[in-house]
Design a protein around this ligand. Structure first.
Ligand SMILES: *[C@@H]1O[C@H](CO)[C@@H](O)[C@H](O)[C@H]1NC(C)=O
Ligand SMILES: [Fe+2]
Length: 505
């Protein structure tokens, strides 16, 4: 894959290398020219830009975060949809929990006098009374289909009792029609109580014929004024679906903040598919033991559909892309279950069906920011070779609260068969931007510590357009702060070319 800076006129026309060894040598040389030219470019960063001071969480009473005042005591809320395997979509939502006088709460109050280990053992995630129903159809107001979920769950941590957490997968008894508007509503906690109507468009059929397709990419979102600006800009970008590369709510143990965050995003997540991988802020500690209670209870993470034994890493096919979600905070050594699963998952990708191979993780392999420097080094060492071997096109990460895009890089050196790395951890959380950089390494093409989001337009099997959109730029701006055309090289289209390049080296 080669990059051409579309706005600066540095178009590179190098998309037609043959499979021959000599051509690959030429390609390597040309890529080096591109990289070296880039290092003299004036678009590498803009450190003069005056950044906003970090802001705290929005107040929980903010209109985007509070329970809707007109919603009755039984009304469902926090609705979001995600992919749940071929032709299937999961709908998750929350209804108010059991009354405080219920037996579980008495138990809960008593349990506060127990040692913390017993408290958590008793009050983790449990089944909760309730009914989960989604009614849906192809026409507004006409619900010809109905799907029921399993018994909902809820959980308690310390003084916090969650609402009832509902999940229903639709499209299990026959795949949903592709590229079709589905109108739906979800059940509340009282008989005959329903949400208002929502609608979303189902994904197109998997295959290059479904391109173009626009993905939104966002990281480290949080729930601040800046987070809202990011969402506003993302709505203007109009992606068909969204990938969030971890650090969602910054609840950090304050579980009410999971409810406020899900309310904040639900105008978007109830209307288009959002897919997640976890960040360090999703990791909790229960009795000193790492846990992912809120994250794994509130979100549908389709790991079983991709043969993964853990909700912390999984993959799915969407339009012309195979998308891998990796877990930075679960075992990732060379002989870990995750690495073994990743190798098998990548080996099974059919590039004729899903030419684009995208990987998401939270902690970046490549970042030249001083914050979190080399935190993912062990994971890079155990997994980077696999990513190159299977010609992954782009790796997205977050964690560092700044934007940075690399050239094609492998083990710190230019390599046209390796992925490019994009850090998009600048969603606008309460910790503020990470403004301190190392001297710019050769692999770093563009970096800036201001808030924003990205879009990846998969145009066809060979071309994509990446755009990074800054919050400080007008929401109606047609231009992006960083925009590049990605052109897949021969090695990204043909595994054999990677092996031939390796043999030639
Ligand atoms: C893919 O899209 C690019 C950019 O629009 C275009 O130049 C190229 O010809 C397209 N390739 C095919 C095979 O249609
Ligand atoms: Fe993080």
């Amino acid at each position: 894959m080669y990059l051409s800076r579309s706005r600066s006129g540095m178009e590179t026309a190098m998309g037609s290398a043959s499979f021959a060894r000599q051509a690959l040598t030429v390609v390597l040389a040309l890529a080096c020219v591109t990289l070296c030219a880039g290092s003299q470019g004036d678009f590498s960063n803009s450190l003069h830009f005056v950044r906003k001071a970090p802001k705290g969480h929005l107040p929980a009473t903010h209109t985007r975060l509070a329970r809707h005042p007109s919603a009755g005591p039984s009304a469902p809320e926090q609705i979001h949809i995600s992919l749940a395997g071929p032709g299937a979509v999961a709908v998750n939502w929350v209804t108010p929990g059991p009354e405080t006088s219920s037996s579980h709460s008495i138990l809960h109050r008593l349990s506060r006098h127990l040692p913390i280990q017993l408290r958590h053992a008793r009050l983790g995630r449990r089944l909760c009374p309730g009914t989960s129903i989604v009614q849906y159809g192809l026409e507004s107001g006409v619900y010809t289909s109905q799907a029921r979920g399993a018994v909902p769950t809820c959980y308690s941590v310390g003084d916090y009792d969650s609402g009832v957490l509902h999940e229903v997968v639709i499209g299990l008894d026959g795949p949903l029609p592709a590229s079709t508007d589905i109108f739906y509503r979800v059940s509340g906690s009282g008989a005959g109580v329903w949400s208002e109507e929502y609608a979303f468009t189902t994904p197109p059929p998997v295959g290059p014929a479904s391109l173009p397709y626009r993905l939104g990419v966002i990281g480290d979102l949080g729930q601040t004024e800046d987070s809202l600006e990011t969402l506003e800009h993302m709505v203007a970008s109009g992606p068909a679906s969204v990938m969030l590369v971890g650090d969602l709510s910054y609840a950090d143990g304050d579980h009410e903040r999971w409810d406020t965050w899900n309310r904040m995003v639900s105008p978007l997540t109830s209307r288009s598919v959002w897919m997640f991988t976890e960040g360090n802020h999703e990791r909790e500690r229960a009795s000193g033991v790492p846990s992912w209670l809120a994250y794994t209870s509130r979100f549908h993470l389709p790991h079983a559909a991709s043969g993964s034994g853990s909700p912390l890493y999984y993959s799915y096919d969407l339009a012309g892309a195979h998308v891998v979600m990796l877990g930075s905070y679960t075992d990732h050594g060379a002989d870990s279950d995750q690495a073994e699963w990743l190798a098998a998952d990548l080996a099974a990708v059919d590039r004729a069906r899903t030419p684009w191979l995208l990987v998401n993780m939270h902690a970046p392999f490549y970042s030249s920011n001083l914050n979190h420097l080399r935190e993912a080094e062990a994971m890079r060492v155990s997994m980077e070779t696999l990513l190159r071997q299977h010609a992954v096109d782009v790796v997205f990460a977050g964690h560092v609260h700044a934007y940075e895009r690399s050239y094609h890089v492998y083990d710190g050196a230019p390599d046209p068969c390796a992925p490019i790395y994009i850090n998009i951890g600048d969603g606008g959380n309460r910790e503020g931007p990470d403004t301190h950089w190392l001297p710019r390494p050769d692999w770093s093409a563009w970096r800036e510590p201001s808030f924003g989001h990205g879009t990846l337009d998969l145009l066809n099997s060979t071309h994509a357009q990446w755009r990074w959109v800054r919050n400080k730029d007008s929401v109606t701006a047609v231009d992006a702060a960083d925009a590049v055309t990605l052109v897949r090289s021969e090695c990204h289209m043909d595994r054999g070319a990677v092996d031939r390049a390796a043999a030639a080296a």
